[in-house]
Design a protein around this ligand. Structure first.
Ligand code: ZN
Length: 436
């Protein structure tokens, strides 16, 4: 659904969600006689049908942004963008009104142009492989809600108008100001995501299973964090996939479990997944990622400005749009930003995989439950039809979590405590030692 957001907003939302369970590469330990061979099970579960689903997803992850770039160019070459600008200028003199009118026309057109691909990706494909429970009406409702939110959410248009004022005031140096604004805007978005955006699409409730809640609270106490912010979300009305994640910042930060995961995973597997999510919490992964994106924004928006200038120099006269300060240049700026995001993807994914691996280590050091970890990853591979051993180029380009085969291998072999070696990330406080 996030695809509906204009690319700028999508970039700002990048760091908001750190999705579930991660791992890393190591030599496969031989399964001991009689024990389950989780890697063989994962390989067997990845049937030709699952491979075809997974390959289609890889194709879509690349095709989606490219389609967005082409749609932006279509708006420019057909003169639609210039027409939207004329309508916006005709309706008001104030920049705020012009930006609101232009952005509404632009977003709605892009929404319509993207509809076939979105329908295939979010609805048809998921139903074809039996992964979705959502009705067509429910999907359409979510899509429209997402479009309306991306335009009318408090702050979006004022921020865009502010950004546009900077672009107009400084047609060559605007990128510095936008980059500078990335940190506060991203922070605000991260804080508000779990309390404003997420509840629009799903129902969140504090974890209901009292016994499980008690186990999670005692695990959280050992991790030295408040265990009260654990929520379940009713994803089972939409999907059969499983997931868990940490979102929010400061007081809004929480650990969320999809109810599908609560049903599919065994108790010890859920606790391992919780250990992983607690790792994100304790190791401050969200704010570290926000800081990284905010610093990277300076390079990103500089490159975006150069790419946009190139487009305008090459085609501007034909489009009737020769300056970035022209409202009609917005698609050019946003498609340039999509190109930058595509270029940055391997780097961002590399950092994300490092972070996810750290959390896997944390979960293993906290729980010492290697078997539950390996089983959780196996179940994740099965339920989500994931490729446990993707091709290297696919992993580098698209994977923001280590492949599940790597994570199973690592979960089985990482046991420094058996060799008397120190932990890397989980450091129990003396008062907590007795509780182990
Ligand atoms: Zn994670």
């Amino acid at each position: 659904m996030r695809r509906w957001m204009p690319p700028l907003f999508a970039v700002l939302m990048l760091s908001i969600v750190c999705a579930a369970v991660p791992g890393a590469a190591a030599e496969a330990p031989a399964a001991s006689a009689g024990a389950r061979d989780y890697l063989a099970e994962a390989a067997a579960a990845f049937t030709p049908e699952n491979r075809s689903y997974s390959d289609t997803r890889v194709f879509l992850m690349l095709a989606g942004p490219l389609y967005g770039i082409l749609a932006g160019l279509l708006l420019m070459f057909t003169g639609l963008s210039a027409r939207f600008r004329d309508i916006a200028h005709g309706l008001g003199h104030r920049l705020y009104v012009r930006v609101l009118v232009y952005f509404t026309l632009y977003s709605t057109t892009l929404f319509v142009l993207s509809l076939p691909l979105a329908w295939f990706e979010e609805f048809a494909l998921e139903h074809q492989y039996g992964l979705s429970n959502q009705t067509l009406l429910g999907w359409a409702g979510d899509s429209v809600k997402s479009l309306v939110f991306s335009i009318f959410a408090v702050g979006v248009v004022p921020l865009l108008a502010l950004a546009w004022a900077r672009v107009q005031a400084s047609p060559r140096g605007w990128w510095r100001w936008i980059a500078l604004g990335t940190l506060p805007v991203t922070l605000a978005a991260v804080v508000l995501q779990p309390v404003v955006f997420d509840p629009m699409f799903n129902k969140f409730t504090p974890l209901r299973d009292a016994e499980l809640r008690g186990q999670i609270i005692s695990l959280a106490a050992r991790a030295g964090i408040p265990g009260r912010n654990v929520y379940e979300v009713d994803m089972s009305s939409k999907t059969k996939k499983i997931n868990a994640y940490v979102s929010g910042f400061g007081a809004s930060q929480r650990i969320v479990l999809w109810d599908t995961a609560l049903r599919s995973l065994k108790r010890d597997e859920i606790l391992f997944v919780m250990g992983h999510e607690m790792g994100h919490y304790v190791l401050h992964h969200i704010w570290k990622y926000v800081a990284l994106v905010s610093l990277g924004a300076f390079a990103g928006f500089w490159l975006c400005a150069r790419i946009a200038e190139w487009w305008l120099a090459a085609f501007g006269p034909r489009w009737g749009v020769t300056s970035v300060s022209d409202l009609a240049a917005m698609p050019v700026l946003l498609l340039s930003l999509t190109m930058v995001t595509l270029l940055a993807m391997p780097g961002l994914n590399w950092v994300s995989c490092l972070i996810e691996h750290e959390s896997d280590i944390y979960a293993l050091e906290l729980t010492h439950d290697n078997d539950a970890g390996a089983r959780a990853f196996l179940q994740l591979a099965k339920d989500n039809r994931s490729n446990p051993e993707p091709a290297e180029w696919v992993r580098i380009l698209l994977y923001d979590h280590p492949p599940l085969g790597d994570r199973i291998r690592f979960a089985l072999e990482y046991r420094p405590w058996e060799k008397g070696e120190p932990n890397r990330f989980y450091h129990p406080r003396p008062a907590n030692l007795a509780a182990r």
